[in-house]
Design a protein around this ligand. Structure first.
Ligand SMILES: C[S@@+](CC[C@H](N)C(=O)[O-])C[C@H]1O[C@@H](n2cnc3c(N)ncnc32)[C@H](O)[C@@H]1O
Length: 295
């Protein structure tokens, strides 16, 4: 297995420490300590572990089930919605062959990376600044027998050390709120082939409603993140030679997930804040697809 874990291994590759700032150290500490049932129990349903939210309507009949069955049925339904979110992301990758190499920027416990490999047969490198996640995802790759095709690295997505021009598709699934977008897209422009594609799902705040609302600030506080305004995505993409081809506002599609999660045993307490932010229009859940034209 070519997994790289540990500060030394990563520093040798990039010439930079993986965690460059006190802020990045606190983000890494958060994800290293994270054992949230809302992620673990959902992943245990079928072995695809995600750290992102869901989309689509839920089957309301799960709420009517007798006490002994209800909890697990809600968990399975929430997992179906978070997997549907990954499937939608993959639907926008364009043509990908088994010979292509992809990058999962901020790969978590690896769920979307494994789904990409299963769908396209492609190679995937996932990078995360959480060593615990890299170890977990690498163990999953070994269990699945795909460790030679799906690799996880303890590296910073702002400075991956991966080969220039080596990627057909790069995606970020709920990770861009942790980084400076100009720096991120500069690195992704370096890594993509000409005509390669970037696909992103993210929460962002609404410039039109006038800055960061109280609910958006509470989400930032809860996750130690720094949610960007919608405008910043398009400014940073354009500045780095990315041309958006598809933008989908998934806000209405993610609200059912949050409603179901609020009534589940794995609610974390942030559910009402998300629902307020989405319903008041201060926060969007967006899919952005952009082609790289800077070759
Ligand atoms: C909300 S989780 C999303 C995980 C995964 N994309 C998913 O959909 O399940 C955020 C992830 O971003 C990663 N992350 C945050 N900042 C990063 C950085 N600068 N470089 C690499 N990964 C980073 C965290 O380690 C964590 O894995």
């Amino acid at each position: 297995m070519t997994t790289t874990t540990g500060q030394d291994a990563a520093s040798i590759v990039t010439g930079q420490p993986v965690l460059r700032t006190a802020y990045q150290q606190s983000v890494a500490a958060y994800w290293n300590a994270e054992r949230d049932p809302v992620n673990i129990r959902l992943g245990e349903v079928d072995g695809f572990y995600h750290h992102h939210y869901g989309i689509g309507d839920y089957d309301a009949s799960v709420l009517e089930l007798p006490a002994g069955l209800r909890d697990q049925a809600i968990i399975a339904e929430m997992h179906r919605l978070e997997s549907a979110q990954s499937d939608l992301l993959l639907d926008h990758f364009g043509t990908v062959s088994a010979a292509d190499r992809l990058l999962d920027g901020g790969s978590g416990r690896g769920g979307t990376s494994f789904m990409a490999n299963l769908r396209f047969g492609c190679e995937v490198d996932g990078v995360s600044i959480s060593e615990a996640q890299v170890q977990f995802a690498s163990d999953q790759a070994a269990k699945r027998g795909v460790a030679d095709r799906v690799r996880f690295h303890y590296r910073n997505m702002l400075d991956t050390g991966l080969e220039a021009g080596s990627r057909q598709v790069i995606w970020t699934n709920e990770t861009t709120m942790y980084v400076d977008l100009q720096e991120l897209y500069r690195e992704f422009a370096r890594l993509l082939r000409g005509g390669g594609r970037y696909v992103c799902i993210t929460g962002c705040y609404n410039d039109v409603t006038g800055g960061r609302s109280k609910a958006v600030s509470q989400i930032d506080q809860h996750y130690t993140c720094n949610i960007h305004p919608r405008s910043e995505y398009f400014r940073a993409l354009a500045a780095n030679d990315f041309v958006p081809i598809t933008v989908i506002d998934l806000t209405a599609d993610t609200i059912p997930y949050w409603e179901l999660r609020a009534s589940s045993s794995v609610a974390t307490g942030i559910e009402d804040t998300f629902l307020t932010a989405y319903r008041e229009g201060s926060f969007h859940y967006l899919l952005i697809v952009a082609d790289y034209v800077g070759w």
